[in-house]
Design a protein around this ligand. Structure first.
Ligand code: FAD
Ligand code: UDP
Length: 389
């Protein structure tokens, strides 16, 4: 059978959508995209709920990058709404509860300790590290000055240890240090969650961005289609619908699933999202509120802050609960659990995939990494640069 397509892309998330567009537009290729979900966009997908609120079904997604190429590339498919994400930790306090900016910064320091003590601590911190510097919690805990070490213990206890236990089932010092380093202590008055040059939200939402990216005469998208039913990998040959396929294949799903998990399942954390709609304009103080000391959920996101949607009298919030991924029906692997043993297991699947020529693993799942959207877009553009040279 002669296939009418030059390239096959599995998954219509950021990795798959950017590759499909590049291969079709820049490479003049005919591209087939298979997506098992009923929609494009992968985990960045958004939609309107019954109350008319624009929600993110798979967790809050805020776009931020320092990569100009990525920003300009995505800007072809969407105008942007200027949005600078802010997060607070909601913790028990003497007279009820208090909210500290996260990342923990000089404002958090004053809120937690009062002007006078905060002033002296800030002086010590700035003398040790410098103003506007970012210091990871694990580094800060190593500091020899007993006052800085005591502050580090406070931040560890009030911001990191319980949240990390909920999110990963492990303590901060047991997980990949790059994970807590995403949210360093910041010696600054800047209360934004990210400091990247380009930040914002796609003005009409992520789903229209993806739809536009995939809207090209040489791209065919088949939704509700699991690659497992169409693709076979055997004896160094890729078969599509039972017939040899010799074109480029870009696979953005989980690497273990490709090979029937024959070496064992790659460990992941999954999330359960609980959505609630309330008859008020706004329900909480910031776009995301982290519950860093108590509650079973890790954080609550209120979408109207993120999307800028003006909808009086109603709002939708989402609570996130994290647990171990078991591979059960309907469960989604969201976070790779990065450590030496799991990386070694991943390497076995990668070596299997590498035996197939023109077959590429790309994306947060397929590469078993903790990538943000911009990193994935950059990797997709770089792979296509390589494929099309
Ligand atoms: P995905 O979005 O997972 O897309 C993979 C697609 O492949 C999916 O649609 C899946 O259904 C499909 N697929 C898998 N297997 C098959 C198969 N066998 N057949 C057919 N289709 C298949 N990044 C940011 O930059 N900012 C944020 O604020 C942010 N927040 C996040 C919050 C949460 C809770 C999570 C989990 C992630 C967040 N991210 C954020 C990261 C972001 O989601 C990823 O970087 C991005 O979605 C990765 O794109 P991808 O294409 O690699 O993967
Ligand atoms: N983290 C924490 N407390 C917080 C925020 C983050 O302990 O208030 C830790 C936690 O281990 C988390 C990691 O830092 O998994 C990365 O946080 P980030 O907000 O980047 O996670 P994501 O949005 O990707 O889930």
């Amino acid at each position: 059978m002669d296939h009418p397509f030059d390239c096959l892309v599995i998954g219509a998330g950021m990795a798959g959508a950017v590759c499909a567009r590049e291969l079709a537009e820049r490479g003049g290729k005919k591209v087939l995209v298979l997506e098992r979900r009923e929609h494009v966009g992968g985990n960045a997908y958004d939609c309107f709920d019954q109350a008319g609120v624009l929600i993110h079904r798979y967790g809050p997604h805020i776009f931020h990058t320092n990569d100009r190429r990525v920003f300009e590339y995505l800007s072809r498919f969407t105008p942007w709404l200027s949005y600078q994400h802010q997060v607070v930790a909601n913790i028990p306090a003497e007279n009820g509860r208090m909210e500290l900016p996260v990342p923990f910064n000089l404002v958090s320091l004053r809120t937690a300790f009062g002007q006078e003590k905060a002033h002296s601590l800030a002086k010590r911190l700035i003398a040790a590290y410098g103003m506007e510097k970012k210091v990871t919690i694990l580094e800060l805990r190593q500091h020899p000055d007993p006052e800085i070490a005591a502050l580090a213990d406070y931040v560890y206890e009030h911001v990191f240890v319980h949240y990390t236990m909920k999110q990963w089932g492990q303590r901060p010092e047991e997980i990949d240090p790059a994970t807590t380093a995403r949210v360093p202590v910041f010696l600054s008055e800047d209360c934004r969650y990210f400091q990247d040059l380009y930040q914002g939200m796609p003005k009409e939402g992520y789903t229209p961005l993806f739809e536009r990216m995939l809207d090209h005469p040489d791209i065919t998208v088949e939704l509700n289609t699991d690659a497992a039913a169409r693709l076979t990998l055997a004896d160094g040959q890729v078969l599509l619908d039972g017939a040899p396929f010799d074109g480029t294949v870009i696979y953005t799903g989980a690497a273990d699933e490709l090979f029937g998990c024959k070496y064992g399942r790659l460990p992941y954390r999954t999330l359960t999202f609980q959505f609630e709609t309330h008859p008020v304009d706004y329900w909480q103080s910031h776009g995301t509120v982290n519950y860093t000391m108590d509650q079973d959920y890790t954080r609550i996101t209120e979408f109207k802050f993120l999307t800028g949607q003006e909808l009086p009298g109603v709002t939708t919030i989402m609570k996130e609960y994290s647990s171990a991924y078991t591979g059960g029906a309907g469960e989604i692997p969201y976070y790779a659990i990065i450590n030496e043993a799991n990386n070694a297991l991943y390497a076995k699947y990668k070596a299997e995939a590498d035996r197939f020529p023109r077959f590429h693993l790309l994306g947060r799942l397929a590469e078993y990494k903790y990538y943000n959207m911009d990193a994935i877009a950059a990797r997709a553009l770089a792979l296509c640069d390589d494929l099309l040279k």
